[in-house]
Design a protein around this ligand. Sequence first.
Ligand code: ATP
Length: 312
Amino acid sequence: MIDARRLTKRYGEKTAVDGLDFVVRPGTVTGFLGPNGAGKSTTMRMIVGLDAPTSGSVTVNGRRYAGHRAPLQEVGALLEAKSVHPGRTAYQHLRALALTHGIPRRRVEEVIELAGLGSVAGKRAGSFSLGMGQRLGIAAALLGDPRTVMLDEPVNGLDPEGVLWIRNLLTSLAAEGRTVFVSSHLMSEVALVADHLIVVGRGRLLADTTVRDLVREAGGDTVTVATEDPARLREVLAGPGVEITGRVGSEELQVTGVSARRIGLTAAEHGIPLFELTTKVVSLESAFMELTRDAVEYHGTTTGTDRTGSAA
Ligand SMILES: Nc1ncnc2c1ncn2[C@@H]1O[C@H](COP(=O)(O)OP(=O)(O)OP(=O)(O)O)[C@@H](O)[C@H]1O
């Protein structure tokens, strides 16, 4: 479990992390989301003691990282720009790490297999592609068989097979009861693997929620239904949590709060003919963009203007 309390980091005038309070629980994958510069990497560096908080605190399983006797067995982390000696082979790199932490050779071989590095373990890390480098970083993170696994943008540079591998890996680590904390600036990536989300922008907490709740808050899935008798269909579908809109004189209605299946069944029960029944799944990406809109540090110039009408 990771527990951040009023966690704050300032670099001179710049507040990179601004009073973050959150808990990352075991047995589930927690996504750490935020636009570029939101403070994700700084937070993760503080979790593993690579940066000291200006104020506030963060603990892993009840202690500061440095307070653990065998930190590598407690938290395995893949942080951006992890340095690997380019002249060492993948095996030598992992073996050296293992030796300094009292981890047996057998475990080195296990993580090499786990990370799919078997065929390149004898190659110099300097010749590795970005994707291979990521796999090596993940192998190193898992070396100590840690209870908490923390990965900063792990799918960076991975091909589709690698992305799938990461997804399965994270899910199975969580299923084993570990705490899994994974950052990304892409909602679409995180939504596929995370159950829980911590969203930050400009160093502040914007949301601490589940993927399911975020979808619901974003308005849930909308069903478009066309019928011969929209007035009657409105009547029979009405109920708590149900929202129905439609233009006067149009056969088409937009319904939220009821599934397409339920709409079809209810219409059939009342003998109301339907011409169309389509679910439009809410885009998590747009829910995320809406949430972080005011917190984006670097707007692209090609996106034109934002909603307030000022130049982006
Ligand atoms: N060592 C540093 N000195 C000064 N400013 C820093 C330092 N490290 C980070 N920052 C600033 O703090 C803010 C947060 O940076 P951070 O790298 O933590 O964000 P991030 O969410 O990980 O972004 P990204 O997705 O781009 O990696 C940024 O504005 C960054 O420029």
